[in-house]
Ligand binder design. Structure first.
Ligand SMILES: Cc1cc2nc3c(=O)[nH]c(=O)nc-3n(C[C@H](O)[C@H](O)[C@H](O)COP(=O)(O)OP(=O)(O)OC[C@H]3O[C@@H](n4cnc5c(N)ncnc54)[C@H](O)[C@@H]3O)c2cc1C
Length: 342
């Protein structure tokens, strides 16, 4: 969130300084753990319709940013699939009608044969589903690294290993009591927020990275299982992300055996060949969420915080960054989004 806000200010000709408590340049934060799916339609299965409204043009916004960065960044807009066992057809039908109603669309359930035309390696004959062709995905590590490089190459300061201890209006205070004054201070510190710490909660997510060069799945695939929901998000060079759990707990400990088994078992239900994939990384992090799971822009004079991105950091950060910049530079709030401003 912070990198995108900085990028937007920079593009408008402003000078930006980022304070990042991690040593860097490679970070280990929530944004680096994510799967980077840009799935406004799929999010309607569990989230408020407001998430769809905010994120429906996310792939277009990212497309512009990536074009501007002029770097090779894995960003695909081949759509995504939501699958369900034929046995649970009524559930996928109700998801379909909910999405059609909310988005004024006319999606229909795809047969197993149609699913295999889109993704021939999905081998279960029992899976039916939905296809959302406007959805996309982005490689989180590549975009974060390239945004940092872009900021550094364009005269911004990125102060790694520099923890902000306190913020008062437009002043920040560092560990050695150094005080620095800016025109605006934008806090995007996720779960470690200095502002509203007690209102944010942590939602643990575990994710497994595997390599399986022989499997050719080209777009994110979700299995809408009532006990073991899972998604498989393809990356470059035969790498797949299998995720993710959603556990109400501020627990950063390594992936549990139970979560690992559930995620990996569900991946095999989508494509049996995953049983021969090799596990290359297991990661855990916690999503920052407000009680209503919606993002918030909190304003105290020149001290603004943008936080609570929950499971929608990549989906929503381009639009939230624009709202922050509009507020700072034009004193403008979007009238239709009053639930975001506090
Ligand atoms: C397993 C998993 C899968 C996910 N998948 C998706 C997905 O597919 N699509 C999607 O849209 N979202 C996804 N998300 C959600 C997304 O990752 C988060 O919403 C997003 O990363 C939140 O970004 P942020 O910038 O608010 O927080 P962070 O990424 O945590 O960044 C905050 C930064 O602030 C720094 N910081 C904190 N305090 C201070 C301080 N006092 N001084 C200096 N620096 C400080 C931290 O070190 C950190 O680098 C997923 C999350 C998880 C855990």
């Amino acid at each position: 969130m912070g990198l995108l806000v900085a990028y937007k200010f920079l593009k408008l000709g402003h000078k930006v300084t980022i304070f990042e408590k991690e040593i860097g340049p490679s970070l280990n934060n929530c944004s680096m753990t994510a799967a980077g799916m840009l799935s406004p339609y799929c999010e309607l299965i569990h989230s408020d319709k407001k998430i769809f409204d905010l994120g429906c043009d996310s792939t277009l916004r990212w497309n512009e940013i990536i074009k501007d960065l002029k770097k090779k960044i894995f960003f695909k807009t081949r759509g995504s699939l939501v699958l369900s066992d034929r046995e649970h057809e009524s559930e996928i039908k109700s998801i379909c009608s909910r999405i059609n109603k909310y988005t004024n669309s006319s999606f229909s359930i795809l047969s197993n044969k149609k699913i295999k035309t889109l993704e021939p390696e999905i081998d279960s004959t029992e899976l039916i589903g939905l296809f959302f062709k406007e959805e996309g995905q982005i490689d989180c590590n590549q975009i974060v690294d390239n945004l940092i490089k872009f900021l550094l190459d364009n005269d911004s300061q990125v102060r790694f290993g520099c923890e902000v201890k306190k913020i008062r209006d437009n002043s920040i205070f560092l560990a050695d009591k150094e005080k620095i004054i800016f025109d605006h201070v934008i806090e995007c510190s996720g779960l470690l927020s200095l502002n509203n710490k007690n209102k944010l909660r942590a939602v643990r997510g575990e994710i497994i990275e595997v390599v399986a060069p022989e499997i050719k799945i080209s777009r994110p695939v979700r299995l809408n299982h009532f006990r073991y929901p899972v998604y498989i998000a393809p990356r470059e060079k035969g790498v797949y992300l299998i995720g993710s759990t959603e556990i109400e707990s501020e627990d950063f400990s390594p992936v549990s055996i139970r979560s690992g088994l559930e995620l990996l078992n569900s991946s095999i239900a989508i494509c049996k060949s995953f049983s021969e994939a090799r596990i290359i990384k297991l990661s855990t992090n916690c999503r920052p969420a407000y009680p209503d799971n919606l993002p918030k822009i909190k304003i105290k004079k020149d001290y603004i915080s943008a936080n609570g991105l929950f499971r929608h950091g990549y989906l929503l950060s381009p639009v939230i960054a624009d709202l922050v910049v509009d507020y700072c530079l034009k004193d403008k709030k979007d009238k239709n989004l009053s639930y975001i401003y506090k």
